[in-house]
Design a protein around this ligand. Sequence first.
Ligand SMILES: [Zn+2]
Ligand SMILES: [Zn+2]
Length: 361
Amino acid sequence: MKAAVLRNTPGKVTIEDVSIDKPQQREVLIRTSAAGVCHSDLHYAEGHFPTRLPTVLGHESAGIVEEVGPGVTHVKPGDHVVSCLSVYCGTCEYCLSGRLVLCRKRGLRRGRGGPQRLSDGDGGAMWQFLDLSSFGEQMLVHENALAVVNPEMPLDRASLLGCAVTTGLGAVFHTAAVSPGESVAIIGCGGVGLNAVQGASIAGAARIIAVDPIPSKREMALLFGATDVVDPADGDPVAQIQELTGGGVDHAIEAIGLKPTTEQAFAMLRIGGTATIVGMIPMGVKIEVPGIDFMSEKRIQGSLMGSNRFQVDIPRYVDLYLKGRLKLDELVSGTIRLDQINDAFDQIRRGEVARNVVVFD
Ligand SMILES: [Zn+2]
Ligand SMILES: [Zn+2]
């Protein structure tokens, strides 16, 4: 099968013939229908985060089950599925205490010694990216990486539910647990940030303030339910938000992954407020906040993949989309072929409003 392979970092992906194994115990072979190009793919391609090479990138996808291995009970051939990198084992301490995104992933992967799920055809291993490797015509994954969805759901739209949408909505619903009437500021209006904006809207936040330097992203934020937008070029965003809200917000959600914006998220809280950090902060970066602020019960917390329980969340998000209450069409800036992924990365580098979705024949 054809797949987009990353061999070096920083580097570009190349389209290669990749061999995919037969499903073993609890594994599922999928015909990939669509895969979104996410900023995190680019982070790994640029070497900001480590991943074993060579690998097939991509982690936001939807497709149709072709074949299942022994012991698979959760899906069957023909099912329409959305993949999620929050694959969970169901037996570790974190899974059993309901925090599936923190799963220690016991027994979900093939051992290093034996045949890998993907290989280069000459027996050389091709390491699976985030247990998925979505930029290929087929995927071989553990069944606990899949949510079955209503077949009426268009699969190119469904693919977005595997990462950006689930992360943005989950940060609001699960990690921050925003209540109706609260005020929320969202810093960074890319794929995740826009979904935090629409999550805040669905959750009933009264004031939703979107912060982004790019005018087109602020416009999108208004479309996704922001009540106010802030341009950092107009002055300190913290001061702007304190002025708009008369003292700060109940929740600030950081969706970029930078030190200054993370510190701003904490600084723009009202007394008792909570900053939720969704952005991926590169290794080695330290965050500084004034210690005295803890006396006013301000909190700062991380959110991994929106603290999701994706097998519950994703079918619900599909329902919301099919009933016209969740925006996904507006997120897709273009559909592309597998050999256009490097161009899609360039668009992300330029900061354009871009959620390109690779669509397979
Ligand atoms: Zn992603
Ligand atoms: Zn687990």
